[in-house]
Design a protein around this ligand. Structure first.
Ligand code: MG
Length: 263
């Protein structure tokens, strides 16, 4: 029996559906190509998304020590696993078991490169609150040196939702805002799947990430659109393994207890 409103998949209907799908796909392709070509005419605010605003959640308390099979990238004593992004020694301050951004020293990155991994990293924005929006406690953790998981003080500090702490910058809004107060240590646990590429360099599968901030899920197996861009729409270009990189955004953000498990 065929009820009212039920689709009849006759061969003629299937053919017209195929045509519709083809036209839609062609339109999408044309639109995407145009969007990428327009990047050089875009402004930073063109890719800011301000709604929806992630709900505020109070985190629990926990400790996170490195498991036996982890590579410890920073144990609080030395930057020997790190180097400056611009070359040479990592110029950040190491004190009291933490490393802190030195304004102007530039970003730092691990000497080792990674592909698929589980990363644990702890971060702290300055107790003394200065600036607002993106200017307050800004840093960032770049997976494979390319994909930024934002570090920002978003405790009572509004910014665009896709640029707040727990976001993949300008791409994925966090599920909730689970930020601790400025000056308190916070954690990220990231499960990262690198993008895969075909032999001809085209994208086979995008990068995927799950992120917990302070033990609370903020990114649930999300797909990324490509390496992080400040201006314009991201797009993939073939690349191999990359480092974990930490951003110098001019604010004295600190990091400690960094470990990684390769998968
Ligand atoms: Mg940042």
């Amino acid at each position: 029996m065929t009820g009212k409103g039920t689709l009849n998949f006759k061969p003629s209907n299937l053919q017209s559906m195929r045509s519709i799908i083809f036209v839609l796909a062609a339109c999408t392709f044309t639109f995407c190509s145009k969007a990428q070509n327009n990047n050089n005419q875009m402004k930073p605010e063109d890719t800011e998304v301000w709604e929806p605003v992630p709900k505020v959640v109070t985190p629990g308390t926990s400790t996170n020590t490195a498991p036996g099979d982890a590579i410890v990238l920073f144990d609080g004593t030395s930057l020997h696993q790190w180097e400056a992004e611009k070359g040479g020694a990592a110029g950040w301050e190491v004190k009291d078991g933490a490393m802190t951004v030195v304004k102007g020293a530039g970003g730092i990155k691990t000497k080792q490169t990674f592909e698929d991994f589980q990363l644990h990293i702890e971060w702290r924005t300055p107790a003394e609150v200065t600036g607002e929006s993106q200017g307050r406690g800004n840093s960032g953790i770049f997976m494979m040196g390319l994909y930024e998981l934002q570090v920002l003080d978003n405790y009572n500090n509004r910014t665009y939702s896709n640029g707040q702490a727990g976001s993949f910058y300008k791409q994925r809004i966090p599920l909730v805002n689970v930020c601790r107060k400025p000056g308190e240590w916070q954690t990220y646990d990231v499960i990262w799947t690198a993008p895969r590429f075909n032999a001809d360099g085209s994208l086979k599968s995008p990068a995927r990430a799950t992120v917990l901030q302070n033990g609370v899920l903020v990114q649930n197996n999300v797909e990324l659109d490509g390496p992080t861009l400040y201006i314009g729409k991201p797009a993939y270009k073939q690349h191999g393994p990359g480092p974990i990189a930490l951003q110098d955004h001019g604010n004295p953000v600190s990091y400690r207890n960094i470990w990684i498990r390769t998968l």
